[in-house]
Design a protein around this ligand. Sequence first.
Ligand code: PEP
Ligand code: MG
Length: 582
Amino acid sequence: MIVKRGIAVSHGVAIGPALVLGTESFQIPSRFVRVNAVESEIVRFRCALENVCREISTNEQLASQQIGEKYGAIFGAHLQLARDPKLIGEVESLIRTRHYSPEFAASQVLRRYAKELQNLGNHYFAERAADLFDLERSMLRHLLGEQREEVANLAEDVVVLAHDLTPSETATLDRKHVRGFVTEVGGSTSHTAILAGAFEIPAVVGVGHFLADVSGGDIVIIDGNHGEIVIAPDDETLERYRDSAERSRSLAQRLLSRGSRISKTKDRVRIEVFGNIEFPEEAEHCLERGADGIGLYRTEFLYLTTFSQRSEDDHYRAYRQVVETMGDRPVVIRTLDLGADKIPGAAVRAYKQRGNPELGLRSIRLSLDNLSLFKTQLRAVLRAATTGDVRVMFPMISSLMELRQAKMILRDVTEDLEDEGVDYRGDLPVGIMVEVPAVAMMAEEFAREVDFFSIGTNDLIQYTLAADRSDPAVAKYYNAADPAILRIVRRIVQAAVQADLPVTVCGQMSSDPKFVPLLVGMGLRQLSTTPLAIPEVKEVVRSLTIPQAEEILGRALEFELARDVEVFLRGELKKICPDLVE
Ligand code: PEP
Ligand code: MG
């Protein structure tokens, strides 16, 4: 049994067999195949093997003719390995009995032998191990061709373990069968973490190197409450976690049954709780949990499941689905926040080459740099707005000039639609994400030019504390409880309240129940959280009074260290809602 620690990013406990995504030069596609596909997968394996052998023979001949037989013999040894009946038998048996894909089975068998040879500690054997890795690479190349990772069609429930999951990979995971995931890298509000919330599965990120300790099929426990993973647990540990998973399930069930009640504090002040979504289907989940609307629709996720451009109609259909689901409840559609760690699959390489992507051409900057992309989206938003309470929001605004440009483009698009005689709604409320410290400092000026603020604490924290939200190496510097964050959020809320401007917090901070009294104490009367957190946040609201929340805020502001703020807030939550604190 091996226990590892990482950053808990999505609550709950998941237990299941491991599906290890490869980290080497090839990404191994689905580790499992459907039972009825076993025979055809074996045929695929044999064909690939035949091609590998043919390629090695050609190389053998070429080398023999051109540089001498001695060199050709090197390939002869490879050929012997590739034709070894024991190796082939083991691979085929894994495909047949465990329903491993040929790629996974071949990789498992070849790596096991390679590791055994390496462990013999002798130079000669180490070289033979290198031959096996070589053979693995050619096998995978022939099996995969140009194919990309395919984790969209799994045959059984698994927990996914990977070095990293790009948002596009995460978005294409087969949601029916993925019970949780763990990555070696990633930070607490990376977009992969946000997607775990969208999938409503437990997740731990930033664990550091651990993939060498686990084989596909090993039982793994993911504790998304405490940021722990247990590989090959003993029976007692397994039992303990099963109990804890059961307790979390029944608490969630209890809260869900009270979810539809209106969230008012004990002294009857209404606090609206909205949901954050990435995919249109999630709107339904928000409704089931009693959401008062959609406070943040991260539209860029429309791009992350595909490599291709999206048309105006693609946008329109997605938005319509959300608007129709929500009826007359408000839906805040945020324009594309592409860039940084939210990059469409096809563009990953181009973006990764840029240094400092979080400070680069991302979000509204990218939209203003690519007007046809921006206008296509805005047209769809205005068209979808005809039937519901749609509001449009610009992300990562950093200056008034930028806001005015974005609003000007919105006006241009409105005029175009008018000229074309297309059905649209032009008087939508326009808001901004307040997530760059410069905007917090200029909040009074911004308040005069927009209809609402939505505080994006995920980015606001990273830009205020200079700590990359996706990098586990600086996770300890990234903390919503930092006194500087409390002050900057309070400053924005005060500016909004003075200007009589609606303001909400849509960053992860508002999904964490311990921050809810503090935020209400600041004057927030709207919060936007992950769908899963809606019932918990409503429960905290219903257990509070406004004077109590204000007192909690006052006392929290007296601390100088994030650690002390956290301990204090957890203690207060325990008094208010003991069930929510383990
Ligand atoms: C935020 O930054 O807090 C936010 C809600 O936006 P995102 O996480 O999509 O950057
Ligand atoms: Mg943001």
